[in-house]
Design a protein around this ligand. Sequence first.
Ligand code: FAD
Length: 222
Amino acid sequence: MVAISLEDFSHLEYTCSNCIRAGAGVDNRILSAFATESGLGGLEFLTGIPGKLGGALAMNAGAGGHAIMDRVEEIVSLVHGAITKKRKDQCEFGYRFLKLDPGEIVLGALFRLESEEKSLISQRVEAFLAHRKSTQQVGFPNAGSFFKNPPEKPAWRLIDEAGFRGYRMGGAQVSEVHTNFLVNRGGAKASDFLRLGELIKSRVREMTGITLEEEVKISGTD
Ligand SMILES: Cc1cc2nc3c(=O)[nH]c(=O)nc-3n(C[C@H](O)[C@H](O)[C@H](O)COP(=O)(O)OP(=O)(O)OC[C@H]3O[C@@H](n4cnc5c(N)ncnc54)[C@H](O)[C@@H]3O)c2cc1C
């Protein structure tokens, strides 16, 4: 596995016609705050999503019915040593999904946003943060939502209805607060999470016929 730092791709620039250009190394919260300060609405939902823009684009991160690709005008990437630009209509994307070429590294993106009163944008940012705090402050280390939401029902509800709230396997536990968050109660091994995830999938499938799909990316084992 190769680790690439995009720390030097942290530029943020207000361009003409309500657009912002941002580097893949920019923290999501900083991008959202920059848009708010620029009086541009549309990226408020990003404020509570941990990570950098590159990671958010790579999975088309989103919240509350919004997703980052909704606002993208163009993506700039490095593909086999060459810098390429793709307009949004040239990108294949969907719910928590963006198709990248093998080895493609996203360097940044251009966003088209709405010119609005800063106070209105700030109010929406606060509302997103308050909602996140009340539903996702789970108190233990976690990787966010473990499963994607299937079209039929939110994953947390399926997991809850299958009786897993608080269920523990080794150091891994289904959060008592948000049942799609698997938390580390201390000393959890990767295998604890993998076994717990598999058990949840098989019981939910048995009960509903729905196959949950991981939102987390799994690399390696213990
Ligand atoms: C507490 C918590 C809450 C969360 N809530 C949400 C939520 O509400 N909505 C949501 O959508 N997600 C949510 N997430 C998931 C979150 O979106 C991802 O963890 C985050 O976006 C990953 O970004 P990163 O910078 O940490 O990327 P990394 O973890 O470094 O990378 C993630 C993946 O993206 C790839 N990648 C990263 N950067 C690039 C790049 N520049 N080019 C190509 N590929 C790249 C990596 O190779 C890797 O496969 C949550 C996570 C946590 C921990």
